[in-house]
Design a protein around this ligand. Structure first.
Ligand code: PMP
Ligand code: GLN
Length: 397
């Protein structure tokens, strides 16, 4: 679809159109469409292909039967806000007031959008670690802010701390931290988190932390940045039930933040969706209160599937850059003679019946050297699907 005309060019949405004014789908939508069109195994978009915990699914069904089908309160249902507050205390020792410091959102995506729109002014700088999840750049552009990137170079995707020091200035309004990180699966170490807090203090910036993979870590603990000394009062913490409970389509996310930061975010959020997901809210509350064994089991099962797919990728000739967490593994296709990962991903359905996502999709055009042969594959899929993908990828050799 193409739009043209003077008013469209002036509009904010035009920033997200292609150079010719065409509507370009997100890389995830594009790759899922490619998988559907070719019948290839979809290791592109990060969604599980099995269901989440039965108690959580049953609670949603029950809520619908019980008539919980109208608008929930603007902040989210009180019991879900309480469950989020209990979760922060139980896993991280963070005391969060469920009535003034918690906001339920339409996924982490709306939480990010409302936060960026609420807390920035035109021309502010927003610091992100690159590669970065696509919504950060798009929403920062809609808010007419300037994105400043700190590189996470392959193969270990650790930020250069001097580059981080250079990136944060008095013009920085937000520092967006995504640990565990998509697409690299990196967990930021304590030293990096401490430096972020120190820089935020020095330059009076706000930390926005996207922790949607918080429970899906492989032997490395997740440390929320809000737990660091001096961080909590200037941190907006964002998470979502989609990844933890395998319910990505439900779009129940949340923010915990000091009320002073949350109030303007609530003001914006109420005009984005107002509210969402009535019957799913009590179900996610059930999920957040599941015993530790559920959370440990979800991480262990994913670690196993990561190992399964990684083994397949290695046998197929890729170099595997092992993640510490999350849904994805990055594989370097350079040993297979590949220099253009985006082109390789377009050919992969025909060559091996598999879809992956080029890591360059998470990197701005001018910074793509160093990432061109890297492909992100999702392992949040059933074991038989991953085994089939591995044997099909083996034909690439
Ligand atoms: N942040 C990151 C890093 C993600 O990978 C995703 C995708 N799930 C989101 C935010 C969006 O989360 P949600 O589906 O809850 O909107
Ligand atoms: N977070 C998912 C991923 O990285 C996709 C979400 C989306 O499609 N926007 O694959």
């Amino acid at each position: 679809m193409t739009v043209s005309g003077s008013w469209e060019r002036a509009a904010r949405g035009a920033m997200l159109l292609g150079d010719g004014g065409e509507l370009s789908p997100t890389i995830f939508a594009e790759m899922s469409a490619l998988a559907t069109a070719t019948g290839a195994i979809n290791l592109g978009q990060g969604f599980p292909d099995d269901d989440g915990p039965p108690e959580v699914l049953a609670a949603a069904r029950q809520a619908i039967s019980d008539g919980i089908n109208q608008y929930p309160p603007g902040l989210g249902m009180p019991d879900l806000r309480l469950a989020i507050s209990e979760h922060q205390q139980r896993f991280y020792g963070l005391a969060v007031d469920p009535d003034t410091e918690v906001l339920v959102t339409a996924g982490a995506t709306e939480a990010l959008a409302a936060t960026i729109l609420a807390l920035t002014e035109e021309g502010d700088q927003v610091v992100v670690f690159e590669p970065f999840y696509d919504a950060y750049g798009a929403t920062a552009a809609l808010a007419r802010t300037e994105l400043v990137t700190v590189p996470l170079p392959a193969p270990d995707f650790r930020p250069d701390l001097d580059a981080l020091r250079d990136a944060v200035t008095d013009r920085t309004r937000l520092i967006i931290v995504n640990s565990p990180h998509n697409p690299t699966g990196t967990i930021f170490d304590r030293g990096t988190l401490e430096l972020i807090v120190e820089l935020a203090h020095r330059h009076d910036a706000i930390i926005v932390t996207d922790e949607v993979y918080e429970h899906l870590t492989f032997g490395v603990p997740h440390v929320p940045i809000a737990t660091l000394p001096g961080a909590r009062e200037r941190t907006v913490s964002i998470s979502s039930g989609g990844k933890t409970f395998s319910t990505t389509g439900w779009k129940i996310g949340w923010i915990t933040a000091p009320h002073r930061l949350l109030a303007p975010i609530i003001a914006v959020k109420q005009y984005l969706t107002y509210v969402n997901g009535g019957p799913f809210q009590p179900a996610i509350a059930v999920g957040l209160r599941l015993p530790d064994s559920y959370f440990e089991g979800a991480a262990t099962s994913l670690a196993h599937r990561c190992a399964l797919l990684s083994g397949g990728l290695r046998s197929a000739g890729f170099e595997v850059l092992s993640p510490q967490a999350g849904y994805f593994v990055i594989a370097d296709a350079a040993p297979l003679g590949i220099t253009d990962g985006a082109e390789f991903c377009r050919q992969l359905p025909a060559r091996a019946g598999v879809v992956g996502v080029p890591v360059t999709a998470f990197v701005r055009e001018e910074h793509r050297d160093g990432y061109r042969s890297l492909i992100r594959f999702a392992f949040c899929k059933r074991e038989d699907v991953l085994e089939r993908a591995a044997s099909q990828l083996a034909t690439l050799r």
